[in-house]
Structures are given as structure tokens and as C-alpha cells.
Design a protein around this ligand. Structure first.
Ligand code: GDP
Length: 222
């Protein structure tokens, strides 16, 4: 069964005013160009070419909105870092990304894609800082994990986890082998549902004689 049988490309926006109505839930996917973002989106949605995996810097392609299901969207934020892109265009890119990340009400979470061999670039740090400034939960994919041996990949995972600190989840990912795809999909679902951190299944609230005063609950502060 496909995870998102009705997933479809909605629109590509070059200016914030072209963004679709700011309602429902969105998860933004960001990453430096060539980090493996398009491959990750395709693997997670089980579509061969939903997000194009192209080496060509798209002059007109900026923020791409995909509808996973009605009211739930995946937003492909452009990576930058192409030497070929002129400064002016790069500034425009930055401004549009920032406008999106700062102002979007539907934004429930962000997935930041990093090449496991070159994690935590300046771009990644900017993304994490922007997300943190709005308390938007972040999940990091360390992509192309197949490029490293098992031990080296685990080490990189540990290093990045330590660097990003609490509140940011990190995982290994390979679009090539399929490693971590299910985990990434679960993280996407978690972000979309507004539950940043995986929580244990909700316990039944005790009713009646079990704890009539409610004093059994641990106090907060005080
Ligand atoms: P984007 O620019 O971030 O969207 O990156 P792409 O998804 O287009 O991938 C950039 C390059 O990395 C392409 O040549 C992909 O085939 C390659 N790539 C992407 N994901 C993986 C992966 O998991 N493993 C390996 N070995 N290569 C990958």
C-alpha cells in the first residue's frame, strides 16, 4: 500500500503572495542543494519523480507545495549553494524561504536534509535557527548513509545529535537502499499531527475512586 495514494503537486511559488491559503498543516523540507532532498521526498512519498532530482538550478522553481492529503501538505524549500547562482537570485531565495519560515501559520514542523558526509553547513544552521526562533520542531535526515560504513554512519549520527541538542530528532537515511524511509515517514506524520516528540500512548485518565482528589498527579513547580 502506498503511504500517500493521493499525493499531488499543488503549485510552485516564486513570491510569498503565491503561497496557497495558509490553513491546515504543513511540513517543510529543506536542504542544501545536492544533499538528497528530492530523492528523500520521492522515497518518503513513494513516487519516482514527485520532486525532481535534477542537477540544474531551477531559475523559476522556488517553493513547491505538494498535497499529501486534503489539508496536509509537504513543502519543498529550495536548496541553495550553487556557485552558478548569481547573488541577487540567491538573496531572493533567502528572502522567500525566510518569509515562509517566519510567517507561515500552517507550518507544523521542518525536515532538514543533510548529506551525512557534510552535515551542519551554514545553511543547515540557518534553518535550525529559524525553526527554533518559532519553536517549530525539526527532524534531521542524514542522507546518503549508504556512502559510509555502518560504524562511521553511527558515529556521524551521534555527533550530529549532540550538536543539534534536545528537541531536534536525527536519523540515518538512504534513498538508495531504503534505509530509514519508514522512520522518516513516521517522523513526517508526527510533525504533521503537531506532536513534536514521540509520546507513549495516552493513559486512561483515572476516574472515580482511583484518585478522587486528583492529588495523585505530580505537581508542576511550586
Ligand atoms: P537535492 O538537490 O537535495 O534535491 O538532491 P537530489 O535528490 O537531486 O540528489 C543529489 C544527488 O545525490 C543525486 O545524484 C542523487 O542520485 C544522489 N543521492 C540522493 N540520495 C542518495 C542516497 O541516499 N544515496 C546515494 N548514494 N546517493 C543519493
Amino acid at each position: 500500500m502506498t503511504a500517500y495514494p493521493r499525493v499531488r503537486f499543488l503549485l510552485s511559488a516564486n513570491e510569498p503572495r503565491q503561497f496557497p491559503a495558509d490553513a491546515g498543516a504543513e511540513v517543510a523540507v529543506a536542504g542544501r542543494s545536492n544533499a538528497g532532498k528530492s530523492s528523500a521526498i520521492n522515497a518518503i512519498t513513494q513516487r519516482k519523480a514527485l520532486a525532481r532530482t535534477s542537477k540544474t538550478p531551477g531559475a523559476t522553481r522556488l517553493v513547491n507545495f505538494f498535497e499529501l492529503e486534503p489539508g496536509r501538505r509537504l513543502v519543498d524549500l529550495p536548496g541553495y549553494g550553487y556557485a552558478a547562482v548569481p547573488g541577487e537570485m540567491r538573496r531572493h531565495w533567502g528572502n522567500v524561504i525566510e518569509a515562509y519560515l517566519r510567517g507561515r501559520q500552517a507550518l507544523e514542523g521542518a525536515i532538514v536534509v543533510m548529506d551525512i558526509r557534510h552535515p551542519l553547513t551554514g545553511y543547515d544552521a540557518d534553518m535550525l535557527a529559524l525553526a527554533r526562533s518559532r519553536s517549530v520542531p525539526v527532524h534531521v535526515l542524514l542522507t546518503k548513509s549508504d556512502k559510509l560504513g555502518r560504524g562511521a554512519a553511527r558515529q556521524a549520527l551521534g555527533r550530529v545529535r549532540k550538536a543539534v541538542g534536545v528537541g531536534v530528532t536525527v536519523q540515518l537515511f538512504s534513498a538508495l537502499t531504503g534505509d530509514g524511509v519508514a522512520e522518516a515517514r513516521a517522523a513526517l506524520e508526527r510533525l504533521l499531527s503537531g506532536r513534536a516528540v514521540e509520546e507513549p500512548p495516552e493513559k486512561e485518565t483515572p476516574v472515580g475512586p482511583a484518585d478522587p482528589t486528583g492529588e495523585g498527579k505530580p505537581g508542576v513547580g511550586g
